[in-house]
Design a protein around this ligand. Sequence first.
Ligand SMILES: NC(=O)c1ccc[n+]([C@@H]2O[C@H](COP(=O)([O-])OP(=O)(O)OC[C@H]3O[C@@H](n4cnc5c(N)ncnc54)[C@H](O)[C@@H]3O)[C@@H](O)[C@H]2O)c1
Length: 345
Amino acid sequence: MKILVTGGAGFIGSAVVRLAVSRGHQVVNLDALTYAANLENVADVADSPLYAFEHADIRDRAALDRILATHRPDAVMHLAAESHVDRSIDGPGAFIETNITGTYNLLEAARGYWLCEGRPEGFRFHHISTDEVFGSLGPTGQFTETTPYDPRSPYSASKAASDHLVRAWHETYGLPVVLTNCSNNYGPYHFPEKLVPVVILNALHGREIPVYGDGGNVRDWLYVEDHADALLLCMEKGAVGRSYNIGGENEATNIDLVRMICAHLDTLRPQAAPHERLIRFVADRPGHDRRYAIDPSRIRDELGWHPSVTVDEGLRRTVAWYLDNESWWRPLLDREGVGQRLGTG
Ligand SMILES: NC(=O)c1ccc[n+]([C@@H]2O[C@H](COP(=O)([O-])OP(=O)(O)OC[C@H]3O[C@@H](n4cnc5c(N)ncnc54)[C@H](O)[C@@H]3O)[C@@H](O)[C@H]2O)c1
């Protein structure tokens, strides 16, 4: 298949690009190269005849029309987004423009292209979204695909809006869409402003490890390479108009996750005292959702997918990757906002 991946220079998009090329798909990576992007993430496939890069912004409709007409993809996998909740608190405008208006542009461009091509039945517009659209859970229960939307941050509200647009383009215009809502990803090539790489890199440098609030916020941790595998499956085999929740079946509180990372560092890069000594509880994020949990029954029962690694094994691989790839992360530490406390409201 020929797949147009938006946001393919980011964390999850690059995992999709690498996996898709390794499986023999042709991939066109469309990315605006914002602060969160890094073309090093796709260096392994950059010379492949199956890979092409288009430097473009999803807010630029003319560019989208040109790219679709030039490459004539069989599917669009839409991952381009502003993705950091803390940044959405400080500057929500970019989230509205890219996540909502950008998705609208891409939908219209894809609809125009699909109509021009004679409405091919096999065409797919796969929208990649988050479990954060469902809001915050109490101590029990899980999000299913029919859980009502209840977003609570500018980021999750913008993603919820984009999900609604994608469903509307299916119901109103018949565009063959698939949606996925996944839980927190972690793994190699994760930009060093998100929790897991912040913990690894602060611990390595002997700096304090900040944990928001009491550290009791629960997330369902999904290894990024498992996520990329699930995404390709949903794009190829998912039912048109259907959404699939993707989880790692790995619920953990933030503090437990941080302690697991410290334990792997103690093994792989021991210091005189355990890395846990660096943990500090800091002021919580405003509106910090308490718990997310995914009910993965639909993707498991209908598509036969389940995650391949436990959070402990995924974290071990991730810590080892950061230890082996300083040349990847070191230059990113100089990017705007990295290493600073953002989103305090
Ligand atoms: N990281 C997670 O844990 C997680 C969880 C659930 C869902 N998601 C969703 O998955 C997708 C990818 O997330 P990620 O963590 O890889 O994000 P990321 O921030 O690492 O990467 C986003 C990519 O999109 C590109 N981009 C941003 N604005 C653009 C624009 N206007 N035009 C073109 N490209 C643009 C960036 O340059 C970057 O390469 C997002 O839609 C996000 O909402 C992420």
